[in-house]
Design a protein around this ligand. Sequence first.
Ligand SMILES: Nc1ncnc2c1ncn2[C@@H]1O[C@H](COP(=O)(O)OP(=O)(O)O)[C@@H](O)[C@H]1O
Ligand SMILES: N[C@@H](CCC(=O)OP(=O)(O)O)C(=O)O
Length: 377
Amino acid sequence: MNTPSQSQVRSSVAQARTIVVKVGSSSLTHASGRLDVERLHALVSAIAHTSLMGARLVLVSSGAIAAGFGQLGFDERPSDVATQQATASVGQGLLMAHYESSFGRFGLRVGQILITAEDTIRATQYRNARRTLDRLLELGVVPIVNENDALASNEIRFGDNDRLSALVANMVRADALVLLTDVDCLYTEPPSRPGARRIAYVPDVVNALDHVKVSGSVSGVGTGGMVTKLEASRIAAVSGIPTVLTSADNAGPALMGDAVGTIFAPVRHRGSSRRLWISFAAEPRGGLAVDTGAAKAIRGGRASLLAAGVVGAHGDFSAGDPIWVSDEAGEHIAKGLAGYDSEEVPHMLGRNTTQLRRLLGEAYAHPLVHRDNLVLV
Ligand SMILES: Nc1ncnc2c1ncn2[C@@H]1O[C@H](COP(=O)(O)OP(=O)(O)O)[C@@H](O)[C@H]1O
Ligand SMILES: N[C@@H](CCC(=O)OP(=O)(O)O)C(=O)O
């Protein structure tokens, strides 16, 4: 794929039919960290016209914790996970009520989708989330997505919504991702440092950003800072989707393809969205070591991992969990979703399909990782 010019990428955003807009906590809050309803209304006014003009708009919005902590009588945003989760569960309903009335001023309906990282790696939940999003968009509804903070497990929480928004963009096969935050663009280093310079165009976010220094959030409200925003633009780029990064005040011009903020070019044509999803969303819980023949077959692509080629298993995983597939030297070859629980695997090792069927029954005569659930690394 040839590197497109900045103006080509900008005009692809202007023509985008399906757009995911992500707004961070830092763009929806007062200095105190509490939800600022005026800012929320201003954001909706800026993006609603995109939907009214016929584009399919998905909003990924943070702000549940910001909306909830004042209601619970806390002076500041809680920092421990259990209180954050409880606060988000109070705030999410309030946040949605504000969005409902704000989009309602434009005659637009909204629908809530809450996603955990775990949902994103299970095939059934992935399909359900995708189907619901697609249907909402067909119905002209604006889906509003947030992490399901109340249920997210500490180990595999997204925490920030940046990567989640890129995965959602991938899921709905978006034509553009717009990340709205509290800085106007990406800088060569954190903007508080003297000498930080603006970057208008990033043609290759995967390989050519070594000169840029980024830090986490400094607002005390946001979560991932620029680190997770660059990860999000990488996920989008390899999904064939351009990303615009700018401040929430620039939402309108950004959606029009105007020269605001930083634009990241896509670096690859679209791949299978579910396989991309596995490679980015999934945090492996364990793994399988394979012999030389299986390693060669997997590296060649399009082969399922059969028990006959597996020499060992480690970790504690359930069927459907992400796992590593490694060669005998321990080098990772692929990431995949396990077909069986880790305790079932030892009985299956080294056996071919006929033996598995005869010894363990039909339920065990399947690959340990099906090729549709396997992504080379
Ligand atoms: N190189 C950089 N360029 C721009 N911003 C940066 C950079 N490095 C770190 N940042 C910080 O990232 C912050 C935005 O992230 P964050 O606070 O998590 O916002 P949000 O709530 O929108 O996700 C900015 O306020 C900025 O201070
Ligand atoms: N899910 C959380 C969002 C966490 C957060 O602050 O994310 P971000 O603003 O993207 O750094 C909430 O709604 O409060």
